[in-house]
Design a protein around this ligand. Structure first.
Ligand code: F6R
Length: 604
């Protein structure tokens, strides 16, 4: 999704901005641009990669020490140079970069055109520059900017370059200011600027920032000063380094040995066999009667896994955040809301949270990115501690979500005495074996690569599983779709016979997630149904009494280590991540930045 970077200081702005854009590439984009101020605004833009922008940036003055930059992921208007940010007012005295969507841009544009403004793009963003220009006719700069922001509807993070000053605004779309002495680094994501500083101010909704005369002021929309806390966030360079791996995605798949451990390390009282969540006040949440999990994409799949756990003792619902926020669901002081989001910025999740949180008993967030909007807006947050995920497709954060949700389930089950010490201890003991078991699945990479070679020509795939393995089927299909562009569908294996089985012929293959658990025999019956129709079968299974039968029914088998039923999804998804990865690589695709996708989805 779109990325913003801006700089105000004493060094040459162009290399700092290009470097930040390079880091922001992981979010996904299709064009990029940069503008600096050096007595007047100068800019370059391009369709395509930051490396193209770098070639053009020689045209810009080294002496400019203030500037703005942007990677655009098209929403309103096609991928063209004229639609690429920065956008300008009529006289090119104001340059703006914008993330989000201005919902009332059409009426604003009509009004501004009526006032003689000439537009150069088909974007919603350009209205911001013209609106600021229009306001400057009647108001001093600060008021003009604030008045412009007040007229905007929708979601936005904005940085405007006007003379040797920067004007910032935020509503529902993240914007952070990094501070180092009298230098200011602005970005939509701390990762873009964290090599310069570890001191950050996060702009909140309906706040503006003004940087002029080497000074930063934060104000609300009434023009009053707002006191902001400076947060310290330390990051290491390795987090954005691929190390020995050819791609970030592969690195992140392999990191799961550590991230799985990080998900529970320091969070479990092993003696008492109970997880400890420092931020959660159990007395406050214990009156809940219903748990509502909501999320999008992979995070939704993790939520669905958790539903199978919570359903055992509690009334649990799992919702797509994009549906939930428009659902007018009846929420009461007996509801515990749980927002699941790797980035902590997904707009659908954030808006659903905002819609319902006051009505609910409490809101929790299961989030990876520290200090993200969702993490800051929930009553209590549980971090994944998975480290930055750069690959667009969720991998290590997905398995961390599964385990974090598992820990939250067992935490509640222990607190309410639904699970006794001995049972909990068995789970916790097995938990400690998971990193090693993930490691042994990863050792099968070459075997899985071979399988990918065999199936790379197929254009259709079905992923099938039941109970805890149904979310694994959904997640496996999502991985294949998003990085290798193969049509893949996931179903609960029991649903096949109710229609989708009509699809099956020898041009389809089906991936069954069929480990030895409480439902193996039922899934084997579903495998028979596919086999009887000449469908090809890949089985992901464990050693056990039905292995022979599973092998007989399958064209190919991947054997993963056995574990408790509740942990099978953590191991079961790893070969499917590798399978999708190798199919995509064999097709020569860019797995870290798949087409049309974005890492952080900050538009509806
Ligand atoms: C899939 C993927 C997406 C995200 C979804 C939600 O690999 O990454 O489906 O899971 O966009 O993102 P978060 O978890 O950041 O809210």
């Amino acid at each position: 999704m779109c990325g913003i970077a801006a700089y105000y200081g004493k060094r040459s702005a162009v290399p700092i901005l290009l470097d930040a854009l390079k880091v922001l590439e992981y979010r996904g984009y299709d064009s990029c641009g940069l503008a600096v101020y050096d007595g007047k605004i100068r800019y370059v833009k391009t369709v395509g990669k930051v490396s193209e922008l770098l070639k053009k940036s020689g045209e810009l003055p080294d002496s400019a020490s203030i500037g703005i930059a942007h990677t655009r992921w098209a929403t309103h208007g096609r991928v063209t140079v004229s639609n690429t940010h920065p956008h300008f007012d009529c006289k090119k005295r104001i340059g703006i970069v914008h993330n989000g969507i201005i919902e009332n841009y059409q009426s604003l544009k009509k009004f501004l055109e009526g006032r003689g403004h000439k537009f150069r793009s088909r974007t919603d963003s350009e209205v911001i520059a013209h609106l600021f220009e229009e306001m400057l006719r009647n108001y001093p700069e600060e008021e003009a900017f604030i008045n412009s922001v007040k007229l905007l509807e929708g979601a936005f993070a904005i940085v405007a370059l006007y003379g040797d000053k920067l004007f910032l605004a935020r509503k529902s779309s993240p914007l952070v200011i990094g501070i180092k002495d009298s230098e200011f680094f602005i970005a939509s994501d701390t990762v873009a600027i964290s090599r310069h500083t570890d001191k950050f101010i996060f702009l909140d909704d309906n706040e503006v920032g003004i940087i002029r005369d080497r000074n930063l002021e934060i104000k609300n929309l009434d023009g009053f000063d707002v006191n902001k806390e400076i947060k310290r966030i330390k990051r290491t360079e390795e987090e954005i380094d691929r190390g020995r791996f050819e791609t970030f995605m592969l690195k992140e798949i392999f990191e799961q040995v550590e991230t799985v451990e990080n998900a529970y390390k320091g969070r479990v009282d092993f003696k008492a066999a109970v997880p400890v969540f420092g931020g959660i006040d159990f007395d406050k949440i214990k009156k809940f009667r219903r748990i509502i999990l909501f999320a999008c994409g992979s995070s939704y799949n993790a939520g669905l896994y958790a539903k199978y756990l919570f359903d055992r003792f509690f009334d649990c619902h799992v919702e797509y955040a994009s549906e939930f926020k428009y659902a007018d669901k009846k929420i009461s002081k007996r509801d515990l809301l749980v927002a699941i989001s790797q980035s902590g910025e997904t707009i659908d999740v954030l808006e659903a949270l905002r819609k319902y949180k006051e009505k609910a008993l409490a809101s929790l967030g299961i989030v990876n990115v520290v200090s993200s909007s969702i993490a800051r807006e929930v009553d209590a947050g549980i971090y994944l501690h998975a480290g930055r995920e750069i690959g667009v497709a969720a991998t290590k954060t997905y398995t961390s979500q599964l385990l974090t949700l598992f820990l939250f389930w067992i935490y509640l089950a222990r607190k309410f005495n639904y699970i006794d010490f001995a049972t909990a201890k068995r789970y916790i003991d097995e938990l400690k074996k998971l990193p090693g078991k993930v490691g042994s699945v990863l050792k099968r990479e070459m075997e899985i690569k071979k399988l990918a070679r065999k199936y790379v020509k197929f254009g259709n795939a079905l992923f099938l599983g039941r109970k805890f393995n149904y979310p694994t089927a959904l997640e496996g299909a999502l991985k294949l779709k998003e990085i290798s562009y193969v049509h893949a569908e996931a179903l609960s294996a029991g649903e096949m016979k109710h229609g989708p089985i009509a699809l099956v012929d020898d041009r389809f293959y089906s991936v069954f997630i069929v480990p030895h658990d409480s439902i193996t025999d039922k899934v084997i019956n579903n495998m028979e149904e596919i086999k009887a129709r000449s469908g090809k079968i890949i089985a992901v299974t464990t050693k056990g009494r039905s292995l022979k039968q599973i092998k007989r029914l399958s064209d190919d088998v991947i054997v993963i280590p056995g574990t408790k039923e509740e942990f099978l999804p953590v191991l079961g998804i790893v070969p499917l991540q590798l399978f999708a990865y190798h199919i995509a690589r064999l097709k020569g695709l860019d797995v870290d930045k798949p087409r049309n996708l974005a890492k952080t989805v900050t538009v509806e």
